[in-house]
Write a protein of this length. Sequence first.
Length: 263
Amino acid sequence: MPSPRPTTPVRGAPCWVSLLTSDLRSAQRFYGAVLGWHFRPATLGEEFSVALHDGEPVAGVGALVPSFRVPVAWTAYFAVADADDIAARIRERGATVAVGPLKLGPGRAALAADRDGATFGFWEGQTLAWSVGTGHAPAILELRTRDAFAAAIFYAEVFDWASEKPGGCQVTYEHDQVIVRDGTHVVAALRGGGVEAAPDPRVRPQWHVHFRVPDVAAAIAAAVAAGGTATPVTSTRDGNGSRAMVRDPDGGLFTVTGPGTPS
């Protein structure tokens, strides 16, 4: 099967997700069993791979450098036109750029954390043909944070969400959450306290990746059998589906959601 052609993603929209893990082969076995993924080598070297589902690129999975002491976690990357400009915007707003921007394959990437500590990445350049909420790409990205509205302002200023510039993302407030669209469909949701509520100090800010599966219960059973753990199945916010949070054997946290758009 030919490789997907590179594409220019919507500015400010999620354009990739990746997992850095301490044991690449073990992670490949786990996600293959739970999500039905297959893997091919990436252009970044033998310690990196691209996860495929029915031949479509889904995510990146790579091995942590032993000296790089960071938790095993899924990271969401957002498309940008100028990585240096975005890095400056992040620092100007009191947040942190931890790594980069660095030349990485055909583009430039950086890792950052917002003012509440939620980690994210940004990418300058073309990507594989991939869009949240379509095909086998993640169903949605979800930021769980203390104050969704303060977070929305931060990300809007950094990524030009809801700006008058053409070709960016739109932001609306719906059902006690901030919704981000790339012009055609929902790609992200930011959730925290209600409009009148004080920021919730119990929430550990983090971007969560939702992967769609045909059967949530079967995915949970496969995860547990492969050495992971999972929360009980719950209903989505609209009551039209189900989901559960899964932790892989190395600590990587993600959500599996049933058919339909998660909410």
